[in-house]
Design a protein around this ligand. Sequence first.
Ligand SMILES: [Zn+2]
Length: 397
Amino acid sequence: MGLLIEGARLVDPDIDICGDILFGENIEEIARKIPRSGHNVVDGSGMVLMPAFIDLHAHFRDPGFPEKEDLESGARAALAGGYTAVNLMANTNPICDNADVYGYVMEKAETLDLIHIEQVVAVTKGFDGATTEHWDELPQRVRFLSDDGNGIQSSELMYRVMRKATERGLGLMLHEEDSGLSKIDYRLAEDVMTLRDVYLAEHSGCRVHFSHVSTEASIEAVRRAKRRVSNITCEVTPHHISMADSDYRVNPPIRTRRDAAALIDAILDGTVDAIATDHAPHSDEDKRRGAPGMIGLETAFSTCYEVLVQSGIISLQRLVELMSSNPARILGLNKGYLKKGMDADAVLVDLEAKRVVTGESLHSKSSNTPLLGRELPAAIVGTIRAGKLLYRNEGRL
Ligand SMILES: [Zn+2]
């Protein structure tokens, strides 16, 4: 017996059709009409069904600060936002720079069995910006390394890291910030590091993914590099394209309208591969003390739909590519398309709905977002992972 969604608008980068879709172990069938024969049936009429979203960049605070977000609340926030796979950064406490912390996260995620978790491991031991010996004890499953939040200051070390990562078939996710320049000029801090690492990535052939690119000059550097080589990808966040000039504290900072427009141009011309949330839960107390970051899993789709699709800039198909198909490709997952044999992960959305973001309506343990009180378009009605409806919007499904 499978899960049959009837009469939905089925959208992925290759199709935009009306029909039925059957989920079992994998996606079993897509057709105009599928016989009901004993399946669980959900009426999808008036709704859009897309491959579930995949977040390349999120922070859950587990281990370390489970009162802000643990693997369970993070997974529930992800499901409520239409995500079934999340790539977690390494700045937990303790930092994920060893097989024990990595194993703790992966085992807990498997026991919870809510979403697919990928865990990034620190490039340098304890984010010390110097040592990489811990690479020798990493499990085979590790795909990406990152010192997100800190970046790697030494050019010599970055050169060595890229060569070593290339030899071992590992990729890097880079938070670009020169910490000395940050004290003087946040923009230069990102642009100088992005330029350096674009050159080093081209030189080494290392698989490099640029995280949360936020400035006009940085995205232009990535654009030029992508014309020359194929080992570079990048992401932008919903807040950097939608909240220009806001002073809500995030890192990298929210930039100007001109930067946001440049990022959107880069979405249009294919420079941007993915939209990632940089979901960063903080307590109210942390935010009062100036901690940078905002949560994003539960508002990302609505924000991107409003800014990019409702405004007529890109199609819904292109948004699926940015939020699901391309992240799946970057992480090497069998997800991101509505095709027979792909993982049975999908999200059902009512594009006509509106909702007001409130602290109580969020599944995250934190509510640090400037969107509280804002009305956003579109509602996630249900999220399917591995053929099971793991999230349903009460009252709507
Ligand atoms: Zn970062």
